[in-house]
Design a protein. Structure first.
Length: 347
């Protein structure tokens, strides 16, 4: 067979060739492209033809070589993945355990919120929530804030929309949920209201533009300050351990009368004096008081018939005492090294 005839035959073979496996591609390479393969062989033969034939055949032979190489280049990667995976699947041990899911850890604020909620649930408190975008009425006016109260100042509140007589803002405390709760029905009310609140503050280790609170409300006939003290005393024993002391200091909030702030004996030094309690032995954990009759009236509750108490605490503050996390920014930075230190969520 002449070189030309061979080239014609192989060209047809290559053009009709459709590989079905990596092995067939490899066989192709061994047949055409290796040192002892067909392409090299044809070039060897080519050396022996007359110079007249060389002129005619040279171009054809080179084109054949290019075709043979191009077909290989096109097909050599075609089966690599599937060929490998089919090989793998034969070798896979199906009894091996799967890769598994990495279960996250609960955020420390969620852990503490959960703990607080559980304690109050056992006392018959339900959990209620309200909107984070709140109007002036629920955040301030109904809660007995005087018109010119500094808390309404632009510096503290993130206003969303200034509206004639009823601004829209991000709530500055969860006390707004008290009002929504009382407006929603008739006493008795016994609820705790966890949620995020916002204040226009520069972010630092000790202040943040958002944080979390838990509000408490108990309204019924004949509720007294003794009930307030007993409830909060019980709460502290449950959360911080038996023997934790409490004390109430007179204070002022527009929505309670009388108002108080509650301190507990320092959980770190047990009252001996340390950095956390600024060497006083006491740390403040919440504000509380008897709901001001004006607030009841504003919320359409008969203030002659019903009395009640309310309290509000910062979850960050409690978490700070429980875990000694002193920089508030850690709570929202989502640094995995920080978060991983806390309890693994159980599903
Ligand atoms: N709303 C208050 C604050 O953000 C906390 C508070 C104080 C809530 C006394 C109350 C309360 O319900 O009775 O600082």
């Amino acid at each position: 067979m002449s070189i030309q005839e061979k080239i014609n035959q192989y060209t047809e073979e290559i053009n009709n060739w459709t590989p079905h496996s990596q092995q067939e591609v490899e066989n192709y390479r061994l047949k055409f492209l290796v040192a002892k393969g067909i392409v090299k062989g044809l070039f060897e033969e080519f050396k022996n033809v007359s110079s007249e034939e060389k002129r005619l055949l040279g171009k054809v032979l080179n084109e054949f070589k290019q075709l043979a190489e191009a077909r290989y280049a096109e097909t050599k990667d075609l089966f690599e993945v599937s060929a490998d995976s089919s090989k793998d699947s034969k070798e896979q041990d199906l009894t091996l355990p799967g890769p598994g899911f990495e279960i996250g850890t609960r955020h420390p604020l969620s852990l503490v919120r959960k703990e607080i909620v559980e304690i109050f649930k056992k006392l018959g408190f339900i959990v209620a929530e309200g909107p984070e975008i709140e109007d002036d009425w629920h955040n301030f006016t109904a809660l007995n804030f005087p018109e010119e109260h500094p808390a309404r100042d632009m510096q503290d509140t993130f206003f969303i929309r200034k509206q004639e007589g009823n601004d829209i803002a991000l709530r500055t405390h969860t006390s707004s949920v008290q009002v929504r709760m009382m407006e929603s029905g008739t006493p008795p009310f016994r609820a705790i209201m966890p949620g995020r609140v916002y204040r226009n503050e520069a972010i630092s280790a000790r202040a943040h533009c958002f944080f979390h609170q838990i509000e408490g409300l108990y309204i019924d006939e004949g509720v007294s300050f003794a009930d307030l003290k007993q409830t909060l005393y019980h709460f502290v024993q449950e959360l911080f351990g038996e023997g934790t002391k409490v004390r109430f200091r007179p204070s002022y909030f527009p929505f309670t009368e009388p108002s108080a702030e509650m301190d507990i004996s320092c959980t770190i030094c047990k009252g001996a004096g340390c950095n956390m309690c600024k060497y006083t032995g006491w740390v403040e954990i919440l504000g509380c008081g008897m709901v001001d009759p004006n607030v009841l009236t504003n919320s359409k509750i008969d203030a002659k018939k019903y009395t009640g108490f309310a309290f509000g605490m910062g979850i960050e503050r409690i978490t700070n005492l429980k875990y000694e996390i002193k920089d508030l920014r850690l709570f929202s930075e989502n640094d995995i090294r920080f978060l991983r230190q806390f309890e693994t969520e159980t599903i």
